[in-house]
Design a protein around this ligand. Structure first.
Ligand code: PHE
Length: 342
């Protein structure tokens, strides 16, 4: 007996292949059967000199195991091919369960609301189909104000009828809250709003807002500024700065637009903030005394502030989404990017 026979047989065993049960059985008989090659080597073992018995004994046992293992492998491969033919592939990985994710607009709306809830605000909602009074009239919009124009507002019926329309902002919920006559008021009003605008990367005819209203005795502009600053720091990070720019809304006086320091470039100037270092996040102001009066609140006793922001805009700034249309197209490749945001 010499080692090269064992080596050669071992190499052949590794290369064995078979397509049927019969071929595997033939291989087994040829190697391990009564007259098989390995069996023959075991017979020959008797003649091996005593000093080599240990070496050859070990080698032969290993060879026999290799043969048996290879035969088992061939059987397994054949069995899985058979089950593939019957429609099952037992070697296939299992189906991965796809987990759903919350929509980025829902995530952002909840985050905005939870910040204001921490500040002691409650949440109020209202109808999407509204009347002229709740969207414009009670908010000091003069009759000829362009926001009432057909360009901006989707009217449900003829404007000369009773002026039913889709709300253009959630300030209508603030009117409904004031109507209830319970003071003081601290509410945030989330909801979908509608404006007759051409759809583009930066504008959509449907979007979401969160607006807020705070009415009490002795509420000042300093309170508004503090509320806006705390919100900005909760939303965009503790080192966020704010800037108020004078603005105009019919329902607030004075009014301001709020900018936050760009959280991407930290104020240095980048393409998100268009080199200015500032990003506009909301409108705000002190509630106009005419609005208080129109809603049965005495402006000599009470004052308040209001603010309103677009949820899409906040989400865009938080995640640097460049095209607003992504939010509405339900492309799972976009939505999946938010699956890890809780
Ligand atoms: N209602 C305003 C809008 O839709 C936002 C706003 C709310 C501004 C409250 C000032 C105060 O654009």
């Amino acid at each position: 007996m010499n080692e090269s026979i064992i080596d050669e047989l071992s190499a052949r065993i590794k290369d064995l292949s078979a397509k049927t049960e019969q071929e595997i059985e033939d291989i087994r008989v040829k190697l391990l059967g009564k007259k098989g090659e390995i069996t023959a080597l075991f017979d020959e073992f008797r003649t091996v000199p005593a000093d080599q018995k240990r070496l050859f004994g070990q080698r032969l046992n290993i060879l026999k195991n290799e043969a048996q293992q290879r035969i088992n492998e061939l059987r397994e491969t054949l069995a899985s091919c058979d089950s593939a033919a019957s429609g099952e592939d037992l070697t296939m990985p299992g189906d991965v369960m796809q987990l759903g994710a919350r929509h980025p607009i829902s995530i952002t709306r909840e985050e905005i609301l939870s910040i204001y809830k921490k500040f002691g605000y409650s949440v109020a909602e209202g109808p999407e189909v509204e009347d002229d009074w709740h969207v414009f009239g009670a908010l000091n919009f003069p009759p000829e104000h362009p926001a009432r124009d057909m360009q901006d507002t989707f009217f449900i019926n003829n404007q000369t009828d009773n002026n039913i329309l889709l709300r253009t902002h959630t300030s209508s919920i603030q009117v409904r809250t004031m109507e209830k006559g319970q003071l003081p008021i601290r509410v945030v009003c989330p909801g979908r709003v509608f404006r007759n605008e051409a759809i583009s990367a930066r504008a959509h005819c449907i979007f979401h807002q969160v607006e807020g209203l705070y009415i009490d005795k002795n509420v000042s502009f300093a309170d508004l500024k503090q509320a806006v600053l705390l919100f900005a720091q909760e939303m965009f990070g503790a080192d966020t700065k704010i800037r108020l720019r004078p603005s105009y809304f019919p329902f607030t006086e004075p009014s301001a637009e709020v900018d936050v320091s760009c959280n991407i470039c930290k104020g240095k100037g980048c393409n998100i903030c268009k080199g200015t270092g500032w990003l506009e996040i909301m409108g705000c102001g002190m509630v106009d005394p005419n609005v208080l009066k129109a809603n049965g609140i005495d402006p000599s006793e009470y004052s308040g502030f209001a603010f309103g922001m677009g949820v899409e805009r906040i989400a865009m700034l938080k995640w640097q989404v460049k095209d607003l249309r992504n939010y509405f197209e339900n492309d799972v490749r976009f939505l999946r990017e938010f699956s890890t945001v809780i």
